[in-house]
Design a protein around this ligand. Structure first.
Ligand code: 0X9
Ligand code: CA
Ligand code: ZN
Length: 629
């Protein structure tokens, strides 16, 4: 039973007795002019839930009930209620959002309940037993299982010879997108096994450990209080003897942990001792057994990708390495990156400091989503937010061992006309520029092969040994281009990378002959009809009359990386067969009715179309046309 004081409009104190429900919480912003005011707020609000992520814009957000708002108002803070009853707001938003889209099946405002998380893990391990195993790493305070899955070949055993990459989420019960992102990542990986060579290499050569819900009690508590999503409980559910609850699990790790006389009901209460909580103790024990080389702890929200330290302003000895990796990751999603200290001020006892301090595991903490997403993003945002972190998760998994990255190739002409274009009869040398992006040494055998009799490549494999972060230019391989070859045709060669017992291929695209000049009669490609999986659309080419035209396509992801591929997009591997081919009619048109592939994954993706035209034997390319699914 909670007794709550309430200041009514008539200036009368009414004592309201509320049984078994928590007071409703509003989202409040407070303008902060300077450090003095921030300190004053922190004193007043030592047990109020303050989020600092907007401090740079001159305000903080507070999750405060009425009683707390009265205190703040009395103290003269310039505050504004932005959203009344935030839990309700989140739940209503989810319902509204759901009505505009049918695809959402998870019941807690679009997110999985704890029971649904258990089901998902069960299904993954039943449907993909050769690469997924589920196990409990220990029990929560209230006795729930803290589940983990390992995605690897031989998933039922821990293979110490393979590097471990660690992902965990939901230290904080209300950060719904964190756990969801790991479950989506698990599906993303297993669906690509034996389909995508890079993902297959990853699964075969790593222990990929996922712990989607570190705090099942807090998560379940939110479900009981707010079954449609929107719950705002953060900590675990340890019962203190004064009838308040919870320890902040991300303050309970032992690295530079300090007792700092926080109140029991403080949102960041650190516990009586490091690892006083069964949830963090379970993580600690798993870490000693299956120590990762890299880890990601997922939270929300803030669009941030941070790294240690959180307890100190000093840079870690590996600051350069952290920054290099993080910079590559945020190039894919536009998140902010820095040390936890620089982004959040001092935080002691957080998981990333422990992973790194104790084991030198390169540990990141991610805050998914922006201020509008909040703790319970609208369901339609779930796939979008997943796309912001999936490339980063994949990169971390790649870098956790040895990882060969093929950089821009270096060509030099040995015999030919001296210009920079590959032409019939010429001989060229290719040196591959390869970098070990991973944290473990790389020993690889590299070779290049051609599927075309027009390109003969010296048949030799090259051995390379690279320390972490080291790069090399291989000794040159010789290329002969046949005397009689069709110019203007894109050739896709294979770079085979053989290491850690697995061969993966990367495409190397080359174009023979000087680049085509855009003709005066520039052609365009148009798409008529609704671009959606399974739909029929008309593809038209408009150019000059009686011109030979072929339309090529390429599919790119929505991440920022696609920009680098636009140029030459028609030449991507797998897309070298034209989609439409023919001769434009007397009006300069060529049309085709086409059924788009029935793949839901295309939703939100962009397809590029480009026509290759032949004006009296002079080839040219059309403008690039973008169509969005
Ligand atoms: O306070 C936290 O635990 C994290 N923010 S959250 O809003 N998700 O609660 C930030 C932790 C920053 N410190 C470290 N990463 N060490
Ligand atoms: Ca394995
Ligand atoms: Zn958090």
């Amino acid at each position: 039973m909670i007794i709550r004081y309430w200041l009514a409009g008539l200036l009368i104190f009414v004592i309201e007795i509320v049984t078994a429900t928590t007071p409703t919480i509003d989202l409040v912003t407070i303008q902060i002019q300077d450090g003095v005011e921030l300190n004053r707020l922190q004193q007043f609000a030592s047990d109020v839930d303050v989020n600092h992520s907007n401090l740079r814009q001159g305000f903080v957000t507070i999750y405060a009930d009425d009683a707390e708002q009265v205190i703040l108002k009395t103290a003269g803070f310039n505050f504004q209620v932005v959203i009344e009853n935030l839990s309700d707001y989140y739940a209503q938003r989810a319902i509204k959002d759901k009505q505009t889209r049918q695809a959402i099946t998870n019941s807690m405002g679009g997110f999985r309940t704890f029971a649904e998380i258990e089901q998902t893990l069960e299904h993954l391990s039943k449907n993909f037993p050769h690469i997924v195993a589920k196990f409990s790493i220990g029990k929560s305070f209230e006795g729930r299982d803290i589940w983990a899955i390992r995605i690897s070949d031989h998933p039922d055993i821990y293979e110490p010879s393979e590097p471990t990459v660690w992902f965990d989420a939901l230290h904080h019960a209300r950060e719904a997108m964190s756990g969801e992102s790991l479950l989506l990542f698990a599906s993303w990986l297993v669906e690509r096994y034996a389909v995508d060579l890079t993902v297959t290499r990853l699964i075969n050569s790593r222990n990929i450990l996922l712990i989607p819900c570190v705090n099942p009690d807090g998560y379940e508590y939110n479900y009981q209080q707010h079954p449609n999503g929107g719950g705002l409980w953060r900590k675990n559910r340890r019962k203190h003897n004064n009838n308040s609850y919870g320890v902040d699990l991300n303050r309970n790790y032992s690295w530079e942990w300090r007792y700092d006389s926080r109140k029991l009901n403080d949102e960041v209460y650190q516990g009586t001792a490091p690892f006083s909580e069964p949830e963090t103790a379970a993580i600690r024990d798993l870490l000693t057994q299956q120590t990762p080389s890299m880890s990601v702890s997922v939270h929300s929200y803030g669009n941030e990708w941070m790294f240690p330290w959180g307890y100190s302003a000093l840079p870690t000895p590996d600051d350069d390495i952290f920054r290099n990796y993080a910079t590559k990751i945020v190039a894919t999603n536009g998140y902010i990156t820095d040390t936890a200290w620089n982004l959040y001020g001092i935080t002691r006892g957080a998981s990333d400091d422990y992973h790194y301090g104790m084991y030198k595991s390169l540990a990141f903490t991610v805050e998914i989503g922006d201020f509008n997403d909040g703790f319970w993003p609208a369901p339609t945002r779930i796939p979008v937010l997943f796309d912001t972190v999936q490339p980063g998760y994949s990169m971390v998994a790649q870098w956790a061992g040895a990882w060969a990255e093929v950089l821009t190739p270096v060509w030099s002409e040995q015999q030919g006309n001296g210009d920079e274009w590959f032409e019939a009869g010429e001989i060229w040398n290719l040196s591959l520029h390869i970098k070990n992006e991973g944290v473990l040494p790389l020993d690889a055998e590299v070779s290049v092969s051609s599927h075309s009799p027009d390109i003969l490549i010296e048949d030799r494999s090259i051995n390379i040994s690279l320390e972490p972060h080291q790069e090399t230019l291989t000794s040159p391989l010789q290329f002969h281009f046949a005397d009689m070859i069709d110019s203007e045709i894109p050739y896709i060669l294979d770079i085979a990378l053989n290491y850690e017992g697995f061969i993966s291929n990367e495409p190397l695209k080359i174009l023979l002959g000087p680049p085509r000049v855009l003709a005066n009669n520039l052609a365009t490609v148009a798409v008529l009809g609704k671009v959606a999986p399974g739909n029929f659309v008309c593809i038209f080419v408009y150019g000059a009359a009686q011109v030979m035209a072929e339309v090529f396509w390429s599919l790119e992801t929505t991440t920022a990386q696609y920009l680098s591929n636009i140029e030459g997009a028609v030449y991507l591997a797998g897309n070298i067969q034209p989609l439409v081919k023919g001769i434009t009619d007397i009006n300069g048109q060529l049309g085709w009715l086409l059924q788009l592939p029935q793949v839901t994954e295309l939703a939100g993706k962009t397809i590029y179309l480009q026509a290759l035209l032949d004006y009296d034997g002079k080839p040219s390319v059309s403008r690039l046309t973008m169509v969005r699914f």
